[in-house]
Design a protein around this ligand. Sequence first.
Ligand code: PMP
Length: 352
Amino acid sequence: MMKKGDLSKLVRPNVRALKAYEAKEIPCRVKLDANESPYSPLPPEKIFSNKDVLCSLNRYPDPEAKALKKAFAKALKVTDKDLLFGNGSDELIYYLITTFGGPVLFPTPTFVMYGVIAQALGEKPIGVPLDATFDLDMDRMLAIIKKDKPKLVFLSSPNNPTGNCYSADRILKVIEASKGIVVVDEAYQPFSSSRGFLPLLKDYKNLIILRTMSKIGFAALRVGYMIADEILINEVNKVRLPYNLNALSQTAALEGIKNKKVVDARIRAITDERERLFDELAALEGVTPFPSEANFILFKVTDPEKIFQGLLKQGVLIKNMDRVIGHAMRVTIGSRAENTIFIDALEKVLNK
Ligand code: PMP
């Protein structure tokens, strides 16, 4: 008879060594910890009143998400053969590592799932520290590319949690030097002043662009997508689970893309607020914010844990990044009212 204590021994060592992703639900009044949008761009009743979907709940969704592909292809000026959807871009990261394998190279600190998924799949993650300005450290990146020949390189630009874009010329050098696939993860591109790498797809065949609807007001839907050469899309499509994008998400995402103007207006409201919040943070003694091209701002304080707890007592939740970058915290840009509550609460804690 197997004992309870023996159960964990059945688990593959690479999985046993992992810690489950913690997305703690901490009750709060103002939630600025997860890089979500403060706005739902479309009223839910507009999205979820589609009779075609509601009358066919007994049927599987379109396995190829054809209508969605067509609409996104038009909006992105690519063909629908260059697109693949995932249940969030997280799922696509899983599929990419399943398809191409490792070693998996990424600069650090960055989005944690590149490393977590690599390890879950038994592939070697290689983290290379960013330079002092949070840009790619080219000497180290190029040396690792030469020595370890990574099958995949993940570049989150704008980067989470630092907020900056890597210099375009450095990204290009990585793409040119790499014998594997380079994924430019543009989860935060809509908030950036740079136009992103989409126009370069036709010139660089080993380039894949990853995007998501999560940061622009549709996090609940879990709709991520990748854009790449048809050959790569077809290979990744082989490991995709059937019906990975549910019918409600497909319908709602389609409404989202049809209402691009509203979505874009909300993005502008967020980037306007980002400039105000940056100035307000910079004006506070003991607070050093870093410029951001995303929907959050990284800033340094003397005692992040004290600030975190002090804010939470006032109902404001942000992210303590101290363990990742010494003294750092990350705040998501909220609505104007939420940002004002955050700044007032922060001032109070600082003056205590
Ligand atoms: N990439 C980056 C850089 C992210 O920060 C996130 C979300 N935290 C994701 C991908 C995943 O987004 P989603 O799965 O919601 O599409």
